[in-house]
Design a protein around this ligand. Structure first.
Ligand SMILES: Cc1cc2nc3c(=O)[nH]c(=O)nc-3n(C[C@H](O)[C@H](O)[C@H](O)COP(=O)(O)OP(=O)(O)OC[C@H]3O[C@@H](n4cnc5c(N)ncnc54)[C@H](O)[C@@H]3O)c2cc1C
Length: 343
């Protein structure tokens, strides 16, 4: 990581140092002059279940993830509970259980020398000029314009780059998590379906001796009331009780149509959740962030001048996956259809 002074001009500026931003930075050729910025200071928390699905596990299998990145238990089994239909199902999957704070920090620290990293730096605006793009940043309350040939938006569900480019926002949910101290549920994570709470789903995940209790709630719902219902049902049905020591809430995108995936245009690319790459059936987004970052880097490495058409081509498989997740989410949201699927 190179943290000297900010240059006046870069080949590529990446906004957001989450999994998508770190992935594109990792795979870009070292012949490029690259700046990656994030408004957070690392290590930082990001509300997340911290479960890595098989696609993520496969993508990072050679990256030698250190022990410190994992949480306890290191692996979790998955159980699905449907309270509308009174069903409980063991899913034959083994998910990696990580500390999201440590995972993202480790991704950032592992970047090659030569990439400039500026945390505590906010992207505000851009202006397209004939030969380049002028990017307005805010560092230590001071505004600064920096030029770049390519701008990559990897800034998640809040992406202001996407907002500038696309009028219609993606449907979003309010994902809320309560952390409960010392609550032992063994080494299983539970995905809970109950339409009294949400048409998406709720979850409980063991995390380092504590428990995360979360739910992706419809945006017009009363968050406190819904979380109360969830807590009461967990007590009544699974005997789970405990004191909440941390609450967190953020936006989670849930695409409804594959057209919600927007890759950007000519010299401005979107990757990860800012592009709409997130599963509508589970809210899983890390595998999509890593893989879309890789696709974007590959396009820029192979043909710098005409990278956008390549990025579009390389994204086809991921977009089809998003479509499959949307179809599955339609089934999971409906108790009748869900019953048929689970039985
Ligand atoms: C509650 C919850 C639980 C989840 N659980 C899981 C899970 O268990 N497994 C899974 O795979 N996925 C999960 N997800 C989804 C996953 O967290 C996201 O899809 C994933 O983080 C997307 O990665 P990203 O790099 O695109 O964006 P992010 O991880 O959101 O990173 C974006 C970065 O951009 C920065 N940023 C934003 N705006 C600006 C700006 N203007 N200027 C500078 N920097 C900016 C932010 O600080 C952030 O670091 C969950 C999401 C939520 C909300």
């Amino acid at each position: 990581m190179d943290k000297k002074s900010l240059k006046n001009e870069y080949d590529i500026i990446i906004v957001g140092a989450g999994p998508a931003g770190c992935s594109v930075a990792k795979f870009l050729s070292d012949k490029y002059n690259i700046l990656i910025i994030d408004w957070s200071r690392f290590s930082r928390d990001k509300p997340c279940g911290g479960l890595l699905v098989e696609e993520t596990q496969d993508f990072i299998k050679d990256w030698r993830l250190p022990r410190s990145v994992f949480s306890y238990p290191k692996y979790v089994n998955l159980k699905m509970i449907d309270w509308n239909n009174d069903l409980e199902i063991d899913i034959k999957r083994k998910l990696w259980n990580v500390s999201r704070r440590n995972f993202d920090y480790w991704l950032l620290k592992a970047l090659q020398n030569g990439i400039q990293v500026f945390s505590g730096t906010k992207f505000l605006q851009f202006e397209k000029k004939r030969k380049n793009i002028e990017v307005l940043l805010e560092i230590n309350n001071k505004k600064r314009i920096v030029k770049t040939k390519y701008l990559i938006g990897a800034n998640g569900s809040f992406s202001n780059i996407r907002k500038i480019l696309v009028k219609k926002p993606i449907r979003y949910y309010i994902a809320t998590q309560y952390w409960i101290r010392h609550c032992n549920i063994g080494d299983s994570a539970y995905f809970i379906y109950d339409n009294e709470i949400t048409d998406f789903y709720s979850w409980i995940i063991p995390k380092g001796g504590n428990l995360i209790l979360g739910s992706a709630l419809e945006r017009d719902s009363n968050i406190r009331d819904k979380m109360k219902i969830l807590k009461n049902k967990l007590k009544e049905k699974l005997g789970i009780v405990g004191n909440v020591f941390k609450e967190e809430s953020t936006i989670l995108s849930r695409p409804e149509n594959k057209k919600d995936v927007f890759l950007g245009n000519d010299k401005i690319f979107l990757i990860g959740e800012s592009a709409g790459f997130v599963s509508s059936s589970t809210g899983e987004g890390i595998s999509f962030a890593l893989r879309s970052g890789y696709n974007c880097a590959r396009a820029l490495n192979e043909d710098f001048k005409n990278a956008f058409s390549l990025y579009k081509k390389f994204s086809e498989n991921l977009i089809n996956e998003i479509k499959e997740k949307i179809d599955k989410s339609d089934t999971l949201s409906d108790p009748e259809k869900r019953k048929k699927m689970f039985e």
